[in-house]
Design a protein around this ligand. Structure first.
Ligand code: ADP
Length: 349
């Protein structure tokens, strides 16, 4: 449906956003495009949609009609929900209003918003607006739908609503290219995943291949880091509120309920009583292979024991040991590492 050959894009000013991309999109494929910010994902779909002109290479779409859903909902605020969905068909495709309204109501049913047909977009939530945006795209009968981070402006519940609609479209066989940061969603919905890095497609494959058995080091690092919470502490004046908020968000994203509480206690205990601040401290919080909440702490420029230290205060040590199922220390180069598995006992909701 789409054939891209040797596509490159250099923006005025000299940023190279895409380097020699070749890609085919076949009927019924659901392709997720993942990768770090700035790697060119958005530029790729914008080039496909024709919003950006390629600097080199070609994009053939044949007779395919394309529709694009943006991060910022593409709804007209001055038109009712139904009028948003009938505008294109009536004005651009010359379809009689009555017919367009009938089809519009069908599309609103598809996205779960038939009840809101007469409402103005202002009265809708972000998730509902995004679903109207999707219905609006569908009203032009596209053969391929392109999504540019459709849920990044939404909170968790609203994300789920929009994912629900996209999954339903996937089931119906809609061909889609989806730029997303939501790896779990990408895994569930995609037939193929592209991992981009620095303007190139670094690795591609089925969700199982890319997420569970990535071949390239860059992909492995990206997947590992996306599943982790990384936080760096440079001094005793670190931003405690930001760290705790990140921990809570990580636990929420991973459906870990109230487990953030134990994590917060452990990090505070370590930062207050154990870590020597001999250099930057790196925290990586993740789920280990047994799906237990775990943490790796790297204290730079340190070669003496941290928790095993003879000077460790006995009460603090007891508290820490109670909060952790296990604590291991190791030395790697000039850094001291702590590997901690969080104790589940305190983690019941
Ligand atoms: P992603 O979607 O992966 O975050 P983008 O495609 O938005 O990446 O951006 C790729 C690169 O191109 C980045 O370095 C970005 O700063 C640059 N870029 C994006 N849009 C423009 C633009 N309109 N003008 C100049 N540079 C741009």
């Amino acid at each position: 449906m789409i054939r891209i050959s040797h596509l490159s894009k250099v923006y005025p000013g000299g940023v190279t956003a895409l380097r020699d991309i070749s890609l085919e999109v076949r009927p019924g494929e659901v392709i997720s495009v993942i990768g770090p910010s700035g790697c060119g994902k958005s530029t790729l779909v914008r080039c496909i949609e024709g919003l950006e002109a390629p600097s080199a290479g070609t994009i053939e779409t044949g007779s395919s009609r394309l529709g694009m859903v943006f991060q910022q909902f593409n709804v007209f605020p001055h038109l009712s929900v139904l009028d948003n969905v009938t505008l294109g068909p009536v004005k651009l495709r010359g379809i009689p209003r009555e017919e367009a309204e009938q089809r519009g109501m069908e599309l609103l049913r598809t996205v779960g918003l038939a009840e809101k047909a007469r409402r103005m977009p202002d009265s809708l939530s972000g998730g509902q607006k995004q679903r109207v945006g999707i219905a609006r795209c569908l009203s032009m009968d596209p053969d391929v739908l392109l999504f540019d981070e459709p849920t990044s402006a939404l909170d968790q519940t609203m994300k789920t609503e929009v994912f629900g609609v996209i999954s339903e479209l996937a089931k119906q066989g809609m061909t889609m290219v989806i730029v997303t940061h939501e790896l779990e969603f990408a895994r569930k919905v995609s037939t193929r995943v592209l991992f981009m890095h620095d303007g190139e497609i670094c690795e591609e494959g089925t969700p199982e291949q890319v997420f569970d058995h990535p071949q390239k080091t860059l992909t492995q690092i990206f997947i590992r880091n996306r599943r982790s919470l990384i936080f760096q502490v440079d001094s005793r004046e670190y931003d405690l509120y930001k760290f705790n908020a990140d921990i809570e968000w990580f636990c929420q994203r991973n459906h870990l309920g109230k487990k953030y509480f134990t994590l917060e206690l452990i990090t505070e205990e370590l930062l207050t009583h154990f870590l020597p601040f001999s250099g930057p401290i790196h925290f990586r919080i993740y789920l280990n292979d047994e799906k237990k909440l775990a943490m790796e702490i790297e204290q730079e420029s340190c070669s003496s024991p941290i928790v095993d230290s003879p000077e460790a205060d006995e009460i603090s040590l007891m508290i820490l040991q109670g909060l952790c199922a296990s604590i291991r220390e190791r030395q790697e180069g000039a850094s001291r590492f702590l590997d901690i598995v969080v104790n589940d006992v305190y983690n019941q909701d």
